[in-house]
Design a protein around this ligand. Sequence first.
Ligand code: C2E
Ligand code: MG
Ligand code: MG
Length: 471
Amino acid sequence: MRRLELDGGQRLLLCARDVSEARRYEDRLRSLAYEDQLTHLPNRAAALAWMEAHLQRPGQGPQLLFWLDLDGFGRINLSFGRQAGDALLLTVAEGLRQFSAPQDLVARLGSDEFLLVRSLTGALHGWLALQREAEATLSDLRAHLARLIPEAQVVGPWPLGFSAGYSVAPLHGHHADALLEAAATALSRARLVAPGTALAYRPTYTTSLRRQVALELSLRQALENGHLRLVYQPQCSAQGDLLGAEALLRWEDPEHGTVSPARFIALAERSNLIHPLGEWVLQQACRQLRLWLDADLQPPRLAVNLSPRQFEVTVPPLVEQVRVLLERYQLPRDLLELEITESCILPTQGVSAQVKALADLGVLLALDDFGTGYSSLSALNRLPLHKLKIDRSFIQHLVGSDSAPTIVRTALAMGRGLGLEVLAEGLETPGQLEVLQSLGCDAYQGYWFSPPLEVDAFTALMASSRSLRQG
Ligand code: C2E
Ligand code: MG
Ligand code: MG
């Protein structure tokens, strides 16, 4: 506090000035504490206070709490820059303001997450009626935003979509934080389904979300405590000669038992754990190649799977990770093959430059699970790929299906036309081998030749005949 040594009116004037300055500070502090600084919408703390007050109001009817999450916002920021991202958030905030009724609340909860609380005035009875009302509200909101975004021209022709989770007061709680938590849980569930999904809260979601969080924590610990390992599945010629191997991740957990990679990779991809996990796999594979080289085993080319998320901005970036590992372990460049999936090569993902930089390092690139996603011929042509891996689903139905052989034949013709090697995944029977051989397939991977092998078994295979010829 400043001491004022003036007298009479002068002192009063200065005091008044001091107070108004303090007020301004106070207002500013309040705005910082309760208002989102970009959109000037109430923030989470303000939303909680508003809801708490309204929930206790006598005669308050049911309320729907929608937690909205813009789909693909991270990509907007990455591809169009932060300014475009901010402009989009402002447009959405404005759209929500326009959409809301005077007794509703709109707030910004986090980066691209918004809250809409709709107070229902009419007497709505029963869960089905509430759900119908919620769905109608969401569909009106989607239509409203869809009209607004193209007009605003903030990021070009970007279809604005959002995912949502919602809860109902007082059905799912009598307090603001419980209701918000329920809406957040429903949203996490909706995100697992597909972009654009909206789900109402269900108590079972809480249990399954807790289970998922526990599993994620265990995976983190497994990575730290060395409970993960790589196995190696041979790839060979039709005659069974060893041509290469694919490194596949395995997790044996003391508590959860064996968890399949299909499950835990997806889990890691939903959290940021995929980054340290992906880096660990790369490091482990390179280290293993060095050990085999030092033992004079002449290892064949080793393939490592990359998740599309590994192409995101990371420290160090993927290309740098690979470059450092090749140096550290002094590896012949073409001994390492990286498997990418079709979703990586969509032009919108902006990863082609990284894929090219990886190829410039001298490592080889394979397109995994070919046929299950979307590969335009031009994307295949544009990228420096050297191999197509035809997905197991087509090989599985090769014998006895009319369409699968056509797809496989087309993939082989396309691969050959582009000068690529073509490998058939998931080969299980001699019948499949025969058909593929007649179609001119170059390489095979599957249980018919060998399942994925533990490191010792794969080392023994390299040290012996290097042949997987079937009797
Ligand atoms: P993928 O890359 O397509 O790997 C081939 C999968 O097919 C492996 O499953 C392999 O065990 C399985 N497989 C091989 N031959 C046969 C066969 O003849 N019949 C049948 N039914 N299956 C066969 P796995 O090891 O369970 O891995 C599943 C997926 O998990 C992989 O599919 C890959 O997408 C992912 N994955 C595994 N390890 C990693 C990793 O280190 N990083 C990343 N990002 N993904 C990984
Ligand atoms: Mg693979
Ligand atoms: Mg595959």
